[in-house]
Ligand binder design. Structure first.
Ligand code: 0X9
Ligand code: ZN
Length: 414
């Protein structure tokens, strides 16, 4: 009995120590950014871990390790960017988050075919949920199989359709960035709603991929709460992973080092997750009218392109549809989502999924929704916030689909 007790204790301590503690990590918050500092912020973002998209006129937040803190402080000082410590030490926040998640996992078991909105679901749970949902709804739901991740996890989503030929298609993916946990429940809610309402299936074929980066998401669940990238090892480096949202084959840019949180990969589509999504989008370019990537944190709705502030040809349509969606989110009690060109904040990006879907001429409407932050001010809204975010976001996404179907736009080069 005493031996059993020791084993249990060992297991508990072992699991408690399995994750990265973030001891001494700080999060710094700058004053609102001015246009003249943006070239430097762009450069810094290749080295340091900015939380959320740095935008002109708004403060930026950057997470620094104990080793990085003094360098980042002095760089910001030299650039005359005033800043303060927003989080003194991430360790207690990370510890509480893992403890809370463990507690909720025990307290709230998953029921078959029922998405959970009062705790975060694991990758395996969501995969099981997808399979059960497909099996239980023949003729309406079918498996979206985009291949395997680097570590061999299935890239599975759902297609929801009324079965008619020639329907327009809309796409939603969630959690391509591993730590952005508030996104998958929104994808699951889309599935719930479209399953329940045949009228929505008469509007379009819906493709929903709840976890676009399965390896990263699983790693963030067990080992590293703020993991962002994929989990492909980089040759000769201890720094693992590629930023999947810099790995798409549209204006892919090789700049970046292995250890950067925005490392774009060895080549475009080096990541099987990105290739799986990208190839599907290209193969369905004729029917796809809307592409949406759900990220955190904002709130902000971004539309192409990320590499230039020059407006795309149908920028007015992109702005109008995004604004219609944002208005609804606000009207149901959600936050105000500004709707902006991705590069308008002068934070330039290459190889992002939304720019790919738009840039290859597939979806005339393409967006990144940065869902609200929370918890420490970032990627970890408490589980108690999930239901609210899902409730306020879904009406906006429904409006986005209705609007984009009612107001056809011209894709880049279809
Ligand atoms: O930088 C990103 O990949 C996204 N922000 S996040 O904080 N979730 O990492 C924004 C992507 C917006 N789209 C483009 N820049 N094309
Ligand atoms: Zn993201």
């Amino acid at each position: 009995m005493r031996l059993l007790g020791s084993i249990v204790l060992l297991l508990v301590v072992g699991s408690a120590l399995a994750y990265k503690t973030y001891s001494g990590y700080q999060v710094l918050k700058t004053a609102p950014l001015t246009p003249n500092v943006m070239p430097y912020i762009n450069k810094m973002s290749r080295i340091y871990d900015f939380w959320g998209t740095p935008v002109v006129g708004r403060p930026a937040t950057v997470m620094v390790s104990p080793e990085e803190a003094s360098v980042v402080n002095s760089v910001l000082n030299r650039l005359r960017i005033s800043h303060e410590v927003m989080i003194e030490d991430l360790a207690p926040i990370v510890e509480q988050d893992f403890a809370e998640q463990e507690r909720l996992m025990r307290a709230i078991p998953r029921q078959p075919r029922v998405a959970v909105y009062n705790r975060y679901m694991t990758f395996d749970e969501i995969d099981a949920h997808i399979h059960e949902t497909v099996d239980a709804n023949p003729g309406v739901a079918s498996l979206l199989d985009l291949g395997l991740s680097t570590e061999g996890r299935e890239l599975h989503g759902i297609k929801l359709s009324n079965g008619a030929a020639g329907q327009p298609a809309v796409w939603f993916d969630c959690a391509i960035h591993a730590r952005e946990w508030i996104a998958p429940p929104v994808c699951l809610r889309i599935i719930d709603e479209v399953l329940a309402d045949p009228a929505l299936r008469d509007l379009a074929d819906w493709y929903v991929l709840p976890i676009a980066n399965p390896d990263g998401y699983s790693f963030a669940t067990t080992d590293d709460r703020f993991w962002r990238k994929t989990r492909r090892p980089n040759p000769g480096s201890t720094c693992v992973g590629t930023d999947p949202n810099r790995n798409f084959d549209f204006l892919w840019d090789s700049a970046g080092t292995y250890c950067s949180e925005t490392f774009p990969g060895a080549s475009a589509f080096s990541e099987p997750e990105c290739a799986g999504i990208g190839n599907f989008i290209a193969a369905n370019a004729d029917s796809l009218i809307l592409y949406v990537a759900l990220h955190s944190y904002g709130p902000i709705i971004l539309y192409p392109f990320g590499h230039t502030v020059d407006p795309v040809p149908n920028a007015d349509d992109l702005l109008a549809a995004g604004t219609a969606s944002a208005t609804v989110i606000e009207s149901v009690g959600g936050p105000t989502y500004p709707v902006e060109n991705s590069a308008a904040g002068l934070y330039f990006t290459f190889g992002a999924s939304d720019d790919y879907a738009y840039g290859i001429g597939a979806a005339g409407y393409a967006y990144t929704y940065e869902l609200p932050g929370g918890g420490s001010g970032g990627f970890n809204p408490p589980a108690s916030a999930i239901q609210r975010v899902v409730d306020e976001t879904w009406p906006g996404l429904k409006t986005l689909v209705e609007y984009t179907i009612a107001n056809p736009t011209t894709p880049l080069k279809k």
